[in-house]
Unconditional design. Structure first.
Length: 202
C-alpha cells in the first residue's frame, strides 16, 4: 500500500515525509508548521511585531509581517560639550543612533555655518562667528517615539598666527626701505642734474 511517503535519505527524511502529507519544514528562523497553519518569526532588531507565512501543500507562501519601528533608544555623541574655532572647518560630529527609520532634529538652530544631516545626525561645517557655550537639544524620532540628548557648543576666536604677522611685518619694512631708497636715488639724480645745468650756464 502506498503511504504517500517519498523515498528520501539522510536526516531530512522525517520532514520530507510530513511535507508530502501537508507539512512545512522549518525555513530559516521560521518554525515548522502543519498544513493550513502559519509559522511565525521575530522582526529584525529595533522593530516590534512579527513575521509570518502560511503553509500550503507542503510549501510556505509569501512572507508577511506586522513589523514597525520601536521608539529610538538613544542618540550618543562622543562628548556632551564641544569647542569649535571661528572660521575653521570642524571635524564632523558623528553620533551613534540606537534605532531605525528615524529622522534627527535640533533646537534651537545650530550656529551659523553649521549643518545637521537629518538622516544621520552628523553635525559639520565651518562656524562663522564666536559664541559662548550654548545648549542644543538633539532629537531622534520615528513612528514609535523619540529620544533626546543635549549638546553644548562654544565657538572661540581664531588663534593669532604670529609667523604670518612677522612675515607681513618684514614685507612692510622691505617695501618702506625700497621706497625710501628710490626717493633718495631720485633726489641725487635731480641734484646732479641741477649741478650740471648750473655748470653749463657758467
Amino acid at each position: 500500500m502506498d503511504s504517500g511517503v517519498l523515498p528520501v535519505s539522510g536526516t531530512n527524511g522525517f520532514f520530507a515525509a510530513f511535507s508530502a502529507a501537508g507539512f512545512c519544514a522549518a525555513d530559516g528562523d521560521f518554525q515548522p508548521a502543519m498544513e493550513g497553519d502559519y509559522a511565525y518569526a521575530r522582526c529584525p532588531a529595533y522593530y516590534q511585531g512579527y513575521r509570518f507565512h502560511l503553509c500550503r501543500n507542503g510549501t510556505f507562501g509569501a512572507e508577511t509581517d506586522t513589523c514597525s519601528p520601536k521608539a529610538p533608544i538613544g542618540i550618543l555623541f562622543d562628548s556632551s560639550a564641544v569647542e569649535l574655532v571661528e572660521r575653521k572647518s570642524m571635524t564632523p560630529l558623528r553620533p551613534r543612533v540606537i534605532g531605525v527609520d528615524y529622522a534627527v532634529m535640533v533646537q534651537p538652530d545650530l550656529p551659523r555655518g553649521l549643518t545637521l544631516d537629518r538622516s544621520t545626525g552628523v553635525i559639520s561645517g565651518t562656524p562663522s562667528q564666536r559664541q559662548e557655550s550654548r545648549s542644543y537639544t538633539i532629537t531622534v524620532t520615528n513612528v514609535g517615539g523619540s529620544e533626546t540628548t543635549v549638546l553644548e557648543i562654544s565657538i572661540v576666536a581664531s588663534p593669532v598666527n604670529y609667523v604670518l604677522l612677522f612675515l607681513f611685518g618684514v614685507d612692510v619694512i622691505l617695501v618702506v626701505f625700497i621706497f625710501v631708497l628710490l626717493v633718495r636715488i631720485s633726489r641725487k639724480k635731480q641734484q646732479k642734474h641741477t649741478v650740471a645745468k648750473d655748470g653749463a650756464s657758467l
